[in-house]
Design a protein around this ligand. Sequence first.
Ligand SMILES: [Zn+2]
Length: 201
Amino acid sequence: MDQMRIGKFIAESRKALGRTQRQLAVTLDISDKTVSKWECGKGLPEVSLMLPLCRTLGISVNEMLSGERLDEESYKERAEENMMDLIKENAENKKRMALSVICGTITVIAVCSLITIASYLQLPVIVRILLIILAFATAVAGIGAAAVLEVKAGYYECPGCGELFVPSIGEYVKGYHTFTKRRLTCPRCGKRGMCRHRVVR
Ligand SMILES: [Zn+2]
């Protein structure tokens, strides 16, 4: 799915009705930042907003996901392509999430082995120090890679308003977290809360 194209089409459809981003945001009870994000191609509307958005703009969800008006002939073909794209996107997110878990596990094993070797084997001090530095570097690289994979795998759900969003890496790393939740600021309602991680929309 071409987010830039979808965003441009949303903007065109909105302007054709003579409405501002702010007016559209008020109708949908979302922030104008969210509308601007879609129109810049930086994210798709969450599924629960797709229908109200398209109704407001007088287009179909299929047309929005295609990024253009469709005639009867191309309508069915594009609907099938768009459906497959949505399924593929979810599958890719699941794959990234699994990779993130594997990456985290390998990191933990590697770091523990290095520290064990450095602690228990008879080694010159310089080798011990090098092994500990290597363990530290492995930990930083591994956790970083796992975090990048996880933050890209799916969305976080605001407990207040239900908005699905992808946090910035900075906010993601800083946020206090449990295994499935993370403290983040919602871009829609601005509340800070424990947001549940969802791999699929
Ligand atoms: Zn919220």
